[in-house]
Design a protein around this ligand. Structure first.
Ligand code: CP3
Length: 347
């Protein structure tokens, strides 16, 4: 087995025993790092996501700084939509904003499918990263990612970030044919985005259904799960572990696992000892409250120890925060957290 396949991250994802609990942080690349902010000065977010040299450098910054067990590809869940020609932007401090929100079947049909030749900068960046990462800490795996159909649909239908997802759910409840067409369109795009990353060398993927927690289990099963399942099944054929994560998904963890995940990401609201029986024979990822980095270091590490101990009951455990790194996080505190998790004795 190559050293990459033997990494703690991939072993934990496969449910094999590990020398230490592997750790990485959602949103580790970006906003909280001064070296990131310096590099991004005067460059729009989506422009930086189309520049292989910048992608490689930004993805490597947290790996060098923290020595985390995995790198997450620097991009965004709306990048593939931009690549197929949807008129959208990422507005600083706001998030993705779509010029012409999608409401009708004609709107859906106007969105082209994604093919790898439309995103050569993704292939180039992944290839560059994989060769750099092979030489870091004995081989550091790269996680590719995409947005899950419901979360991406929310941006497309609302036209921007939303708390209630009211227009999205109105379409789901009121126009099932349009909804189905939209979800099929996005699942094809997300699957193609993941396949491109894996074909170029990514070792694992994470499907972000960040806003799925807005759904009841019944609506999730009926209107969302089949589409996420199609994405996960398509990448499953490539043989890499699949992580599936959402926020506020206490009621959905079993269903998100059944959608076809090897690893279920758990946000910080559900203690792992409750989450683990729900996800069945799968690994878990998570789930320290991201605000604990603002507590004294010994308070943060005591809570991290509780997360690690609870994680031992799972088929495998990858340590992470329960959602993305908060921009005002002190990088030195994340360095201390990484060191704590990696040196925590497991026997
Ligand atoms: O380190 C990493 O995790 C990799 C990079 C990454 C970004 N976005 C970069 C980014 C990843 C994995 C994402 C995924 C993403 N994007 C999600 C799912 C993950 C989650 O947090 O639940 C979602 C919902 C989005 C949509 C999005 N893009 C939001 C809500 C925002 C934040 C808006 C803001 O400024 O508050 C973005 C912009 C974004 N994506 C930034 C970064 C580094 C900030 C933009 C900047 O630095 O100018």
């Amino acid at each position: 087995m190559t050293s990459l396949q033997n990494s703690a991250f991939l072993k934990a994802a496969r449910g094999e025993s590990v020398p230490h609990t592997p750790v990485w942080f959602m949103r580790q690349a970006g906003r909280s790092l001064p070296e990131y902010l310096k590099l991004r000065e005067g460059i729009a977010m989506l422009d930086s996501c189309a520049d292989p040299e910048l992608i490689v450098e930004i993805t490597l910054q947290p790996v060098r700084r923290y020595g985390v067990d995995a790198a997450i590809f620097f991009s965004d869940i709306v990048l593939p939509l931009k690549a197929v020609g949807v008129d959208l932007d990422i507005v600083p401090g706001v998030g993705p904003v779509v010029a012409n929100p999608v409401r009708t079947l004609a709107d859906v049909e106007a969105i082209p499918d994604l093919t790898a030749d439309q995103i050569p900068y993704i292939t180039a960046a992944v290839q560059g990263l994989v060769s750099e990462l092979a030489g870091i800490n004995g081989g550091t795996p790269l996680i590719g990612f995409a947005g899950a159909p419901f979360t991406v649909a929310s941006y497309l239908v609302e036209g921007g970030p939303s708390k209630e997802h009211a227009k999205t759910k109105a379409l789901m409840f009121g126009a099932p044919d349009v909804w189905d067409a939209l979800m099929r369109k996005i699942s094809g795009i997300s699957a193609a985005f993941l396949e491109t990353q894996v074909a170029a060398g990514a070792s694992a993927v994470q499907l972000f259904d960040s806003w799925a927690g807005a759904l009841t289990p019944g609506d999730y099963v009926r209107h969302v799960q089949p589409h996420s399942a199609r994405v996960l099944a398509q990448v499953g054929e490539l043989g890499v572990p699949r992580i599936h994560f959402g926020v506020g998904t206490t009621n959905l963890l079993d269903l998100m696992g059944e959608a076809g995940a090897d690893v279920v990401g758990v946000d910080w609201r559900t203690p792992l000892d409750r989450a683990i029986p729900m996800v069945g024979d799968r690994a878990v990822q998570g789930n320290l409250d991201p605000t604990l980095v603002f507590a004294p270091t010994e308070v943060m590490t005591a809570r991290a120890a509780e997360v690690i101990e609870a994680g031992r009951a799972a088929r495998g455990h990858i340590f992470n925060l329960g959602h993305g790194v908060i921009p005002s996080t002190d990088p030195d505190q994340l360095a201390r957290l990484t060191e704590f998790v990696q040196s925590y004795p497991l026997d």
